[in-house]
Design a protein around this ligand. Structure first.
Ligand code: ATP
Ligand code: MG
Length: 228
């Protein structure tokens, strides 16, 4: 297994809006090793979500190279990228992004359906994951039948469904109160101890202190990159 799971070389991202160009990311170069727990911080508009979208292969860079697990993502076509996203990357978002009509168990099972896991195995694994984040008693509830913290637990369980190489979380506690934030960060900390690679975007210093490395962005460049 390769130590370096993410390697960015001179990644930039520009958005064109009318006749203006926004330089959202400028020549970012850094690597992240397997098992790291990284917080990405920076003020609003500094490029955090843009970076997460590129790391998660939801969007492509305007320039530079990105190797995920040793493979340059530029070498993947759309189909390969979808498979990569589903199997290598677990996403957790601020607004949860679960499917409203599906139960907790079904939401967690979904990435495994795309991967072709058999129903019996999906169900067993989904229940195990719900148990891992202590929400198994709500397996049959739909998202609108749970609290924000409970829904976020389900979202974390779903992110883990296919045992991804990295977990990307963009403001995962942004909609949660401080007690629930503490509980959710406790879950990320446990996942980190179990060897998962976690990258989390946050405005919140309290949240960032759970990470072991803090990368600060300012106007699309790295202002600081510190092991804490
Ligand atoms: N789709 C887009 N089209 C044009 N400009 C964009 C687009 N998305 C982001 N931007 C611009 O790129 C810059 C970086 O945006 P980004 O969303 O990455 O910031 P952020 O650090 O996540 O901010 P926040 O903390 O508010 O979520 C901003 O100046 C933003 O206005
Ligand atoms: Mg953002």
């Amino acid at each position: 297994m390769r130590k370096e799971i993410i390697k960015l070389d001179s990644i930039s991202k520009e958005y064109c809006v009318g006749e203006f160009t926004v330089k959202a990311l400028q020549n970012l170069t850094f690597s992240i090793n397997r098992g790291e727990f990284v917080a990405i911080m920076g003020s609003s508009g500094s490029g955090k979500s843009t970076l997460m979208n590129i790391l998660g292969c939801l969007d492509s860079a305007s320039g530079g190279n990105y190797w995920l697990n040793g493979v340059n993502v530029l070498d993947y076509d759309d189909n390969a990228l979808s498979r990569l996203r589903n199997e290598e990357i677990g996403f957790v978002f601020q607004s949860f992004n679960l499917l409203p009509r599906l139960s907790a168990l079904e939401n967690v099972s979904l990435p495994m359906i795309y991967k072709g896991v058999r129903q019996k195995d999906r169900r067993r694994r989904a229940m195990d994951l719900l148990r891992k984040v202590s929400i198994e008693h709500r397996f049959n509830h739909r998202p609108n039948q749970m609290s924000g913290g409970q829904v976020q637990r389900v979202a974390i369980a779903r992110a883990l469904a296919n045992n991804p190489s990295i977990i990307l979380a963009d403001e995962p506690t942004g909609n949660l109160d401080s007690q629930t934030t503490k509980e959710i960060m406790g879950i990320f900390t446990r996942l980190h101890r179990e060897g998962n690679t976690i990258i989390i975007v946050t405005h919140d210093k309290f949240v960032a202190q759970f990470a072991k490395r803090i990368i600060k962005l300012r106007d699309g460049i790295i202002e600081s990159d510190l092991i804490v």
